[in-house]
Design a protein around this ligand. Structure first.
Ligand SMILES: Cc1cc2nc3c(=O)[nH]c(=O)nc-3n(C[C@H](O)[C@H](O)[C@H](O)COP(=O)(O)OP(=O)(O)OC[C@H]3O[C@@H](n4cnc5c(N)ncnc54)[C@H](O)[C@@H]3O)c2cc1C
Length: 621
């Protein structure tokens, strides 16, 4: 029987709810339609009320207070009339302080001069967008993890991006060489939970992803029927070319017009329950489940099947992404931090890319009137318009509805909000922007008192086919950029839970699947995630003596209702003609307003966010 909330330690005081009780409550008041205008026109010098957001725990990512204003605009049709004009003048206002917005600010100064006055607005209480640092001190020494974007697949970077990273002082080759973290691939396991499979069973040494014939006997431990186990073994063992004798068109159909789930059942002959074991296998990597991915796309995410494609294997699995990556201990938050440091040196007067992970930033320096670049957090842009050769930007912060003007504006925010922000965008372009429905994603970090239980059980990462988060990894430390966790599991160690929320309905178009899953994610409370990770850790590690009520020091949920940028999918999108793809239409400039964000590339990658920022700044005249 599952433990009660009390037995799981749900009622204990751990580090988790501090933010919700904090400054964001004031922002929640923003939902009130009346009284949106409560501003004076004095400068909006930030105080240090932001504290140090990377150490906040509880609900992060789209945290309470960050999205209500935008939702009031988009869902509630609220107008933010009568803003108060601030006595601040800028060359550029940038909406969004993710990698793209920060790169736009950096590029703007390069192009228009270091004296350029720039205001960067972001609705969150921390900068970086998906590039979010999770910093823990609850166990004594600092422990780092990341809340969103993780690694740099630098082998595919353009010279422009490599040059940009080099300017920030980042040696990606060295960073990659220094990396000793493998997302659990060096100690894989599969964990079957009692709620779904009747009893908790951990099977260390087995990965669903690789076709490792030496570990097939592990399948005997799977809590599925004997015939299902035999079918799964046959699947891995077989080398029958299921495409044999097919025409070119039929091969194309199997690879690109057949879902991976259907491929497994129809072509690989797997029974329904065995196909179900793969349902969550693409959750983190794609943010789309195998019933909505083509077989080729799923195999590009390392799912097995290419061994059944004969000579066509390259066309199915040839897409496999690079496993060679570079990484900072806080993921790509280090890039955001290097950018902020370059734009506003006062946040961290000393330091560089080789020790960026260890620096504590002074957030009180982000928005100072004497600085050329100001970064204003907890500020949601609600209206942007061209006006007599400049751009007027209205934003809401702390219940106040204010307006600033600038020569230029770069919208580095999600494209789906632009039609509401910027009514002058032509209808066809708005339609294209609405097409960019981001994938809802989830990264939950749990700080354990120690990682010994993982060592005892002999695994570093597990696939959990029955749970909310598809995967979990022990983070013994990404020991780069000055950070060294020591690789020790005796002391506090973060464990990451990675995944997405399954769409409530699978049989609807992909955009509806994504929107519906987003709504579920938004409606989940912190307690729901807490109960989930406690239940998993109890079931998985409990047999070693791990005490779920005592051995959890902190929980940080990074929820991303607007996660990965929508990239076109085999089963759902036509082959757009050159220039006619939604992202190409969506990113067109409107007067002195240009459009960045990884949405502008229809590609959920850091390099895309960087490239699109450079293009957007390049379009400003
Ligand atoms: C969980 C996760 C893992 C990922 N892992 C990787 C990875 O390992 N490698 C990789 O290359 N990429 C990864 N990505 C993709 C990642 O999205 C990009 O790498 C990149 O960080 C996107 O940056 P961006 O600036 O375009 O968008 P964002 O990071 O989304 O930044 C946009 C910012 O604008 C803000 N904003 C929106 N509207 C407004 C408004 N009206 N007013 C003010 N602010 C607004 C948003 O809240 C946000 O802070 C990952 C993404 C997620 C979600």
């Amino acid at each position: 029987m599952r433990k009660t909330d009390r037995e799981l330690g749900m009622l204990r005081q751990i580090s988790r709810r501090d933010f919700i009780q904090g400054s964001s409550l004031a922002a929640l008041g923003l939902m009130l339609p009346a009284g949106c205008t409560r501003a004076d026109n004095s400068s909006t010098e930030s105080t240090s009320s932001f504290g140090y957001p990377p150490t906040r725990t509880g609900m992060r990512g789209s945290h309470p207070g960050s999205f209500e204003t935008a939702h009031a605009l988009v869902r509630g049709g609220l107008r933010f009339d009568n803003p108060v004009d601030l006595a601040e003048e800028y060359d550029a206002v940038i909406v969004g302080a993710g990698i793209s917005g920060l790169t736009a600010a950096y590029e703007y100064r390069k192009r228009f001069g270091p004296e350029s006055r720039i205001l960067v607005l972001d609705n969150h209480d921390d900068f970086g967008g998906h590039a979010k640092r999770n910093e823990f001190h609850q166990g004594g020494d600092m422990r780092l993890s990341w809340g969103g974007t993780m690694n740099l697949e630098f082998l595919s970077f353009s010279d422009t991006v490599l040059q940009f990273l080099a300017e920030l002082g980042i040696d990606v080759q060295q960073l990659s060489k220094d990396l000793d973290f493998h997302y659990g691939a060096d100690g894989p396991a599969i964990w079957f939970d009692a709620d779904t499979y009747g009893r908790d069973i951990l099977v260390p040494g087995f990965s669903m992803y690789s076709r490792n014939l030496d570990t097939l006997d592990k399948i005997d431990q799977f809590p599925i029927s004997e015939s299902d186990r035999a079918a799964l073994k046959r699947f891995y063992l077989s080398d029958t070319n299921v495409l044999d004798g097919m025409s070119e068109g039929e091969v194309e159909h199997v690879l690109h017009r057949t879902s991976y789930a259907e491929f497994l059942s129809r072509h690989a002959g797997l029974p329904e329950e065995v196909v179900g074991l793969f349902t969550k296998a693409t959750d983190g990597y794609w943010g789309v489940q195998p019933h909505s991915l083509s077989s080729s796309e799923a195999m590009s995410a390392w799912l097995p099947g290419s061994h059944l494609l004969g000579d066509y294997a390259d066309r199915g699995a040839g897409l496999v992404e690079s496993e060679v990556v570079a990484m900072f201990p806080d993921g790509n938050a280090s890039i955001a931090r290097l950018l902020v440091r370059s734009l506003i040196p006062a946040v961290a007067p000393v330091g560089n890319a080789r020790d960026i992970a260890t620096l504590r930033f002074d957030y009180s320096q982000l928005d100072r009137s004497e600085a050329a670049v100001r970064l204003r957090l907890e500020s949601t842009a609600v209206h942007v318009e061209n006006e007599d050769g400049h751009v007027a930007v209205t934003y809401v912060r702390d219940g106040k509805n204010s307006r600033v003007r600038a020569r230029h504006c770069v919208l580095a925010c999600y494209h789906a909000i632009i039609p509401y922000l910027c009514p002058e965008v032509p209808e066809e372009q708005k339609e294209a922007q609405r097409y960019q429905v981001k994938h809802p994603m989830l990264v939950t970090n749990v700080l354990l008192r120690s990682g010994k239980a993982f060592e005892q059980l002999g695994f570093t990462g597990a696939y959990c086919p029955g749970r909310l988060h598809a995967k979990t990894w022990l983070i013994k430390g990404v020991n780069t950029a000055g950070y060294d966790q020591g690789g020790d599991v005796e002391g506090p160690v973060p464990v990451m839970f990675w995944g997405m929320v399954a769409p409530p309905r699978q049989d609807v178009p992909i955009h509806d699947q994504l929107r519906e899953a987003r709504q579920v994610l938004l409606e989940m409370r912190f307690e729901d995630f807490e109960r989930e990770v406690r239940t998993v850790l109890d079931g998985m590690l409990g047999p070693t003596g791990f005490d779920v009520a005592e051995d959890i020091l902190a929980i940080t949920v990074n929820r991303w209702p607007h996660g990965y940028s929508y990239g076109y999918l085999d089963l759902w999108d036509p082959d757009w003609e050159d220039g006619q793809a939604p992202h190409e239409i969506a990113r067109q400039p409107i007067g002195n307003i240009t459009i960045a964000n990884s949405d502008a590339a229809a590609s959920a990658y850091t390099q895309a966010a960087i490239e699109e920022a450079m293009r957007a700044v390049g379009e400003l005249t």
